[in-house]
Design a protein around this ligand. Structure first.
Ligand SMILES: *Cc1c(COP(=O)(O)O)cnc(C)c1O
Length: 351
């Protein structure tokens, strides 16, 4: 704490990201990164973009926005890009959520949202998930300053069907409804399909999970041109060159190599289904996951102790010491051998 800090910064509780320990021989299943590398075309694109580093990047990121517009069959003025979806979300809070009415979010969801709310002075109202950890659209009716939720939700992995996303959007025509689709490629239907009919919906996406580019920091939003212009206003008042040349080149190459992308998503989904069965055999119950992680609870053993014992075996998973979810481990889906080593370690611990 310093006397020099602005008073509101002194009051902040910053977000704590999952650890990135510099330990070799670690099975890292705590931050939902991809277990598989990006396409070779991505590494090639980075190498060739490296020859132009003396030049500033394109402030409008046209190459990437055009590639994404084509991918989602929308216009280029419907796409915004930023340094990771966390930055896109920050601009979203700043651009749309500083309203006189509170912004709704599920009580269990991405823990960065309340941090942004605090930073930007946005009042929030937390809506409890139902007994099955599902979002009930009926709880989101009213006159609100905005709505935000991840779909699939984090850290539960539960998917809200597109019809329910549509219900929330249509009940909230007067405010922006943000659908954070960080994990949608692992089994959900995107709300981009709603954009034709809903100019209040903003879909936020990341290259960090399904596209295996967490280290590059690329995220984006798709929405109506007016919403995108709102984000651009914030960006151009804050940091007008959002993506560096390497990140943009890498992201374009990733979008172009759709075959690699589809194949790695499928492998992760297959590994997830196998892991869910293996965990069930060890007396774990997993919430239905449409993400690249599972949220698992053991019949008798506490989650904190299981996480600690896994760590002794050099396997790290995420544990949240929070109401309603403190019995659960969030386990990112690794490759085939990481999943096998996890299951073997749990078998040993529970024996
Ligand atoms: C991982 C994650 C993000 C952040 O992704 P970055 O693009 O790496 O900043 C955003 N939202 C949710 C729900 C996430 O899990």
């Amino acid at each position: 704490m310093s006397d020099y800090w602005s008073p509101d910064i002194a009051r902040l509780q910053p977000y704590v990201p999952g650890e990135q320990p510099a330990v070799s021989d670690l099975i890292k299943l705590n931050t939902n990164e991809s277990p598989y590398p990006p396409s070779a075309a991505v590494t090639d694109a980075i190498a060739s973009a490296a020859s132009d580093l003396r030049l500033y990047p394109d402030p409008r990121s046209m190459a990437l926005r055009s590639a994404l517009a084509e991918y989602h069959a929308v216009d280029v003025d419907q796409v915004f890009v930023g340094n990771g979806s966390d930055e896109v979300l920050a601009h979203t809070f700043r651009a749309f959520f500083q309203q006189s009415r509170p912004v709704l979010l599920p009580d269990i969801s991405y823990s960065f949202y309340p941090v942004y709310a605090e930073l930007f002075g946005v009042e929030i109202k937390r809506i409890p998930l139902d007994v099955d950890f599902a979002i009930d659209p009926a709880d989101y009716v009213g006159n609100w300053g905005g709505v935000i939720f991840p779909n699939p939700n984090a850290p539960t992995g539960c998917l809200l069907p597109l019809a329910s996303v549509e219900a929330i959007a249509s009940q909230n025509r007067d405010c922006v409804v943000v659908v954070d689709e960080a994990y949608i490629d692992f089994g959900g239907q995107t709300a981009v399909a709603l954009l034709d009919r809903f100019d209040n919906v903003l879909v936020v996406r990341t290259f960090s999970k399904s596209r295996a580019l967490a280290g590059m920091r690329v995220g984006y939003a798709v929405g109506s041109p007016a919403l995108i212009e709102g984000l651009v206003r914030v960006k151009d008042s804050f940091n007008s060159y959002p993506l560096d040349r390497l990140a943009e080149a890498a992201a374009v190459a990733s979008v172009v190599d759709d075959a690699h992308f589809a194949q790695t998503c499928k492998r992760v989904i297959d590994n997830r289904e196998q892991l869910v069965s293996a965990l069930a055999a060890l007396d774990f119950t997993c919430l239905p996951s449409s993400a690249n992680f599972v949220f698992a609870r053991h019949a008798t053993q506490g989650a904190a102790s299981l996480a600690a014992q896994l760590r002794e075996r050099h396997i790290i998973v995420r544990y949240f010491d929070k109401p309603r979810i403190s019995d659960y481990l969030r386990i990112s889906i690794g490759d085939e051998s990481e999943c096998a080593r996890l299951v073997a370690a749990l078998g040993e611990i529970l024996a």
